[in-house]
Design a protein around this ligand. Structure first.
Ligand code: 8GT
Ligand code: MG
Length: 130
């Protein structure tokens, strides 16, 4: 998820001991049986960040093949609800808020590069809601 706040986007550093440890990602997680992307996102964010969000738009799915695993990311653009606590890193090594122009200055997980490209396209298109 691309969580927007004050013209910045939240990124999270994956913790030691997990797939892609030390790499930065957009917070989120795997779908459980029967869930759609928005339902899974609300559950994961409660677990990972302790915050509440509202979805603004869904971007096109981004498939990626790592050496050991293939994944499909379903990127959602979101904002914090007015009464949400600030996100805190329950499961990540660190969090950071970056302006969109700086998102490619950190080591993002390879699967996230197409997500970033899709987000920039969406911004250029005038942020259409879905
Ligand atoms: N959430 C998220 N996962 C990503 C991104 N980029 C990326 O390659 N991934 C990969 O997609 C999978 C996401 O699943 P996940 O978040 O539920 O997995 P996890 O390893 O964090 O936790 P878990 O299996 O303990 O629940 C991981 O294999 C992760 O490495 C991203 O931007 N966000
Ligand atoms: Mg996760």
């Amino acid at each position: 998820m691309l969580l927007e706040h004050n013209d910045r986007v939240l990124i999270a550093q994956r913790p030691a001991g997990k797939h892609l440890a030390g790499w930065w990602e957009f917070p989120g997680g795997k779908l459980e049986a029967g869930e759609d992307a928005a339902t899974a996102l609300h559950r994961e964010l409660d677990e990972e960040l302790g915050c509440c969000i509202e979805v603004i738009a869904a971007l096109p799915a981004c498939p990626h093949r790592y050496e050991t695993v293939s994944i499909v990311l379903h990127p959602l653009v979101a904002r914090l609800t007015p009464d949400s606590p600030a996100p805190s890193p329950h499961e990540h090594a660190a969090l950071d808020w970056l302006p969109v122009e700086q998102l490619d200055t950190v080591p993002l997980a390879a699967a996230d590069l197409p997500v970033l490209a899709a987000y920039r396209t969406w911004l250029r298109q005038g942020r259409p809601s879905t």
